[in-house]
Design a protein around this ligand. Structure first.
Ligand code: IVH
Length: 674
């Protein structure tokens, strides 16, 4: 075979096999047998082996994976990957419709109803018709680059069809494991005596983070892609966009005649929900509800977003599935703050496709409310949450010999007497510095992604360091040395260097994240930010009295007391002094703020659209740290309107009518510099 001939055959076979792949995986309508397909694939593989330089980028032989990713790169999403508000009744949907009608000043809105696929969210970018990058949802702002793995999913094209797709766009959707693939996988595992996987969703989520992409290729993952994002997309509504994406070869729900539907009123939405309540058991994948979206893009823009959800979409969740089983025992978990959570140990049962062995019991009151006794038959429910709940005791099945349940008086880990303070639902172990799960929990929180983000250290290492007396209080993490670490089990030169590098780099963590990492009770991420920006340094914060604390916007009594108590404790002050000595930044670094504080003192600023240089959160933060307030809608009190991409015309009109100064993102940056 000459090279010229080989080139032609490779091109033909690649094209033909890709078409068959498309028919099989995207349309679910194969026209040749697996045998015929495999035969031709082998032929192609052989010719490619002889002429590797002729291998095409979109060759179906490349779907078997092989690329290894050691560390998934963390990438910022171009458009934040938001979640959806949940609802459990038609009444909630009616309220959602009324709110939207009111905001838009309309009495009829066109919606699109879709399946809510229960999988793993993914954002896939296509550039010039080629799959460029695939990113997991992560925290919504940044996700992990899992491109190599996603490339092995056969329903996701490597190259698009035709030529009328936008040159750059992102398509978002859900990756999932079909039920038949999941069952087959577990059957094989059972045969090999391996532990079984819990459910398709968790298995998908584990699979998509495998380092070896050839392992992913073997898992038969599938997908549906349900939303388009990009600059100047030529569509006026959501449905049109996803429908058009099907013609580029993407697996759009519009390829099926009943997975997605335009609904012109609540009755039509209700019909869609009712239809799938019955039919969902016939699908080869799990759905956990229906998503209802406002169709028109301009209306979506006008409705806007809360900090977490779009105001133009809502999820209707199917009711939780409930089942009965036996309560075998109650154990207790100790959290990082010392909070004790009782956990029901159950006779394993299958609920909503997963085996349930444990369920949360929340607190002592919940146990008395249920009048729970060991040996009882109980109802358990699995709703939106991952952890199921015990909802009631079947009293008719209670054994006459059963005795009332006594809640533990002591910590299951360190035996200290538990305390339950007034107004608290939870019992607490107060042995903060001597109770192992509390200490480990504090360390894990300290190094977690939203705090010091030391990803070279995991749970096992923290446990190992603690067992070896190498870490006691948070600051001692910075005392670790190469000589301390290298003799430990499972440590090698590379891992030790990595750990120390991670620790060293974490010294540059911004103040608000360190503050969050200290794990002060009730000081979550947002409160930490507020306190950091208000007090500017840890010394100011430590010397603040109750009144100073309560003055801060949104800081209430409970938080103020907790902060005060924290800084009254000698040991905590010691930790902070040591962290300072180690060079951690325990103050707001003014140079790093984009501008000197106060540029926008006292102003009320509205932002709209998506931005190139900031996430919406960062932009809001910048506005606040420069003295202004973020407002959500334009009024005569608005001082400045900052517009990004895709701003709805109605907002622009309103701003111009009210004579509100309107600036682009770049103009805003210029203002900051002045
Ligand atoms: S739209 C801003 N459509 O459900 C709108 N999401 O609970 C974001 N999901 O994060 C999503 N099926 O991972 C949308 N047809 C669908 C969906 C869907 C499943 C997932 C998605 C989202 C989560 C929210």
């Amino acid at each position: 075979m000459t090279k010229e001939e080989a080139k032609q055959i490779i091109e033909e076979k690649t094209k033909r096999l890709n078409e068959h792949n498309y028919k099989y995986y995207v349309l679910n309508k194969p026209i040749i047998s697996d045998f015929e397909f495999d035969k031709e694939l082998k032929e192609l593989e052989q010719i490619e082996k002889k002429f590797p330089e002729l291998l095409l980028k979109n060759s179906p032989t490349q779907r078997v994976g092989g690329d290894i990713t050691d560390n998934f790169k963390v990438v910022k999403h171009k458009y934040p990957m938001l979640s959806l508000g949940n609802s459990y009744s038609i009444k909630d949907i009616e309220d959602f419709d009324k709110r939207a009608q009111k905001t838009l000043g309309l009495n009829n809105i066109e919606y699109v109803c879709e399946l809510k696929y229960d999988g793993v969210a993914i954002g896939i970018q296509y550039v010039n018709g080629k799959l460029h990058q695939a990113i997991t949802r992560g925290d919504g702002d940044k996700g992990e680059d899992v491109t190599n793995n996603v490339k092995t999913i056969k329903s996701i094209p490597l190259v698009l069809n035709g030529n009328d797709y936008p040159l750059e766009f992102e398509i978002r959707g859900e990756i999932f494991m079909p039920l038949t693939a999941f069952e087959k996988l577990n059957k094989e595992r059972k045969k090999k005596g391996m532990p079984l996987y819990m459910n398709p969703r968790n298995t998908t989520s584990g699979t998509i983070k495998q380092k070896d992409s050839s392992a992913v290729a073997k898992r038969h993952l599938d997908s549906y892609l349900y939303a388009l994002y990009g600059k100047n997309l030529p569509f006026k509504n959501h449905y049109e966009g996803v429908n058009e994406s099907a013609s580029w070869g993407l697996k759009s729900p519009t390829l099926q005649n009943n997975y997605i539907s335009i609904c012109k009123n609540i009755d039509e939405i209700k019909n869609f929900i009712d239809y799938w309540t019955v039919k969902r058991s016939e699908l080869d994948f799990q759905i956990d509800g229906i998503v209802i979206k406002v169709n028109n893009f301009e209306q979506q823009q006008e409705l806007g977003y809360t900090s977490k959800f779009p105001r133009w979409a809502i999820a209707y969740k199917y009711p939780a599935e409930s089942i009965t089983t036996k309560l075998l025992d109650v154990t207790y978990q100790v959290g990082r703050t010392g909070a004790i959570t009782p956990v029901a140990v159950l006779k394993p049962v299958l609920v909503a496709g997963t085996t349930v062995k444990r369920a949360s019991l929340h607190n002592a009151d919940q146990i008395s409310r249920l009048d729970l006794r060991i040996g009882d038959t109980v109802s358990i429910e699995k709703g939106g949450e991952i952890i199921p709940k015990v909802t009631q005791v079947i009293l008719s099945e209670r054994q006459s010999t059963s005795t009332p349940f006594n809640y533990t008086l002591t910590c299951p880990e360190c035996n200290s007497l538990l305390v339950r303070e007034d107004n608290e639902a939870q019992h607490y172990c107060k042995n903060e510095t001597g109770c192992k799960p509390q200490i480990l929990g504090k360390f894990l929180h300290f190094i977690s992604r939203k705090a010091l983000n030391i990803d070279s250290i995991g749970k096992e290492t923290i446990e190992q360091l603690f067992e070896n007396n190498l870490i006691t209080s948070l600051d001692t993490l910075f005392d670790l040395t190469f000589e301390n670490l290298i003799p430990l089990e499972r440590m090698a030169e590379k891992s030790v260097t990595n750990i120390l590098k991670g620790i060293e780099e974490s010294k540059r963590t911004p103040f608000e994240k360190v503050l969050f990492g200290l794990g002060i009770r009730y000081v979550g991420e947002t409160v930490a930010k507020k306190l950091a920006y208000h007090f500017k340094s840890i010394s100011n914060l430590a010397s603040a009295n109750y009144e100073n604390l309560i003055e801060v916007n949104e800081i209430g009594e409970r938080i103020a007391m907790s902060v005060k108590n924290y800084f009254e404790n000698e040991q905590n002050l010691n930790v902070i002094q040591n962290l300072k000595n180690h060079g951690l930044e325990l103050m707001i670094n003014e140079d790093k703020l984009v501008a000197s504080a106060g540029v926008f003192d006292g102003m009320s600023i509205v932002i709209s659209g998506t931005f190139e240089n900031f996430s919406r959160e960062e932009l809001k933060q910048t506005i606040e740290s420069n003295g202004a307030k973020n407002a959500s809608s334009i009024s005569s009190k608005t001082s400045l309107f900052v517009i990004g991409n895709n701003v709805g015309p109605s907002k622009l009109e309103k701003a111009s009518k009210l004579n509100v100064k309107t600036v682009s993102e770049n103009e805003f940056i210029e203002l900051l510099k002045n």
